[in-house]
Design a protein around this ligand. Structure first.
Ligand code: GLN
Length: 461
């Protein structure tokens, strides 16, 4: 048995009793166990936990005729980036510091997913603390790209992307601070949603940079992304940034920001995106300019380490976790940089200046959204790169050049499969919308996927 790729497809089969939730989980666990030794997608597989849940769900399906309406994620087999606190299940943040930490609670999103009928089968590998764009900063070894195992799957939600791409689960929860959902989705032929800052509660998610962190997910379909988003969004009383002010509009004009198509962007990627433009009917493309785009990386790499230095201070080895000596090189680099830019005498020159440029980047977007309803850009300058290829931190940081701007502005953004490079590597495009315009992105994504079948391609494993 090989279940269909979409949530509705699987739920249709469950309704028709082609198989039950236990058999479904057996399939995904089989894939996970067979492929994890090569792909290293999971840090922890929680088999017993998953089977406990399937017993409950099988019973509900048998006895409740409204099971699928009352439980919108009924039977959805999920993995969670190992930054999500899970009660009784090890949560490592990809770091040796927390390698044997078992949280006493689950956060809001995990609880919402579970209550909606999802089945969690494991925790996924990631760059330690979410610091990275390749998965190679994980203390548990890098995850491998299922499309070419000599390449990175992207990061920091590396294992999340691999687990969905290799059909070890149906969808995966990730976090995106500067690109960590969108970029691995792009490298692995998936849909990656980074919601609006303040749309989804981060309570119970290990914090990286609090003015940038968002919780989102990786799926194969824009429709599945919408189904999950509708379950996880909204106030919980525990994350003070959460608002609920969605727009119900459709996109008519789409902006092409010229700065995103310039030097350093693979021509193949630009060509694939140009070809994609004709696939969505009824929209017009207009050139726009976001002049401060090139300052996004220097700005992001001041603000983000500053916030990292503050958030990671709680891992002092006193209450839980190992000693600070267990921090890896990248975390140490960011703590030092962050402490430096916040220190007396340097604060104005670095942190304050970065905050001012952040405002300019936000203004660029606001001005563009006076003219257009969404923006279309590449996700990354190149397709997946080789493991070990980017060994200079600055080279790695440049991988976020096209995803960091929307993060700095708190905007929702979604990556979607747009075809394959000459080497057979997946390529993604990015849609960026105004705050709380997720509905526009889902609408465009669904219409695009109805007209294309890139997202139905799966790696040969
Ligand atoms: N690659 C970026 C960084 O290393 C983004 C990480 C993220 O979004 N968590 O900071």
């Amino acid at each position: 048995m090989r279940p269909p790729l979409s949530i509705k497809g699987v739920q249709g089969d469950l309704k028709e009793k082609k198989y039950n939730c236990t058999e479904l989980v057996n399939f995904y666990l089989g894939q996970a166990k067979k492929l994890n030794p090569t792909l290293n997608a999971f840090t922890t597989i929680c088999e017993d936990f998953a089977f406990e849940k399937t017993k409950i769900l099988n019973e509900i399906i048998q006895t409740n005729p409204k099971a699928f309406e009352e439980f919108p994620l009924m039977g959805v087999v999920l993995s969670l980036k190992d930054l999500f606190s899970t009660k009784g299940i090890r949560t490592t943040a990809g770091s040796e510091v927390l390698s044997d930490y078992i949280p006493p609670f689950s956060g809001t999103v995990v609880n919402k997913l579970e209550e909606a009928g999802a089945i969690i089968i494991g925790k996924t590998n990631c760059d330690a603390w979410g610091h990275g764009a390749s998965g190679e900063n994980s203390d548990f070894g890098p995850a491998k790209n299922p499309w070419d195992t000599s390449r990175v799957p992207g990061g920091s939600s590396s294992g999340s992307a691999v687990s969905v791409s290799a059909q070890m689960c149906m969808a995966s929860m990730g976090t995106d601070t500067g690109g960590s959902i969108r970029q691995p989705a792009g490298f692995c032929n998936l849909v990656g949603l980074k919601p609006t800052y303040g749309a989804v509660s981060r309570y119970g998610v290990i914090a990286m940079a609090s003015s940038l962190d968002t919780v989102g997910h990786l799926t194969r379909f824009a429709e599945d992304s919408e189904i999950i988003f509708n379950v996880i969004k909204g106030k919980d009383g525990k994350d003070g940034t959460i608002k609920d002010q969605y727009k119900e509009n459709k996109a008519l004009n789409i902006g092409i920001p010229k700065e995103y198509y310039g030097l350093g962007i693979d021509r193949e990627i630009v060509e694939l995106i140009n070809a994609a433009k004709s696939k969505v009917k009824g929209v017009k493309f207009v050139e726009v300019s976001l002049p401060h785009t090139r300052y996004a990386i220097p700005t992001y790499y001041i603000i983000q380490p500053a916030e990292v230095s503050s958030n990671l201070a709680r891992y002092d080895g006193v209450r839980y976790g190992k000693s600070r000596k267990a921090f890896g090189d990248e975390a140490v680099r960011r703590i030092m940089l962050g402490t430096y830019v916040l220190s007396g005498g340097y604060y104005d020159a670095y942190y304050l200046k970065a905050m001012k440029i952040r405002s300019k980047i936000i203004n660029d977007f606001d001005r563009a959204f006076e003219k257009v309803d969404a923006l279309l850009t590449p996700v990354s300058p190149t397709p997946a790169f080789k493991l070990g290829e980017k060994n200079e931190p600055l080279e790695m940081y440049m991988a976020d050049a096209l995803t960091a701007p929307a993060s700095l502005a708190g905007l929702p953004a979604m990556s979607l499969p747009v075809g394959f490079s000459g080497k057979g590597l997946p390529v993604g495009m990015q849609l960026i919308g105004p705050r709380f315009s997720e509905n526009v992105l889902f609408d465009l994504g669904k219409r695009y996927q109805e007209a294309t079948d890139w997202h139905l391609q799966t790696p040969n494993l």
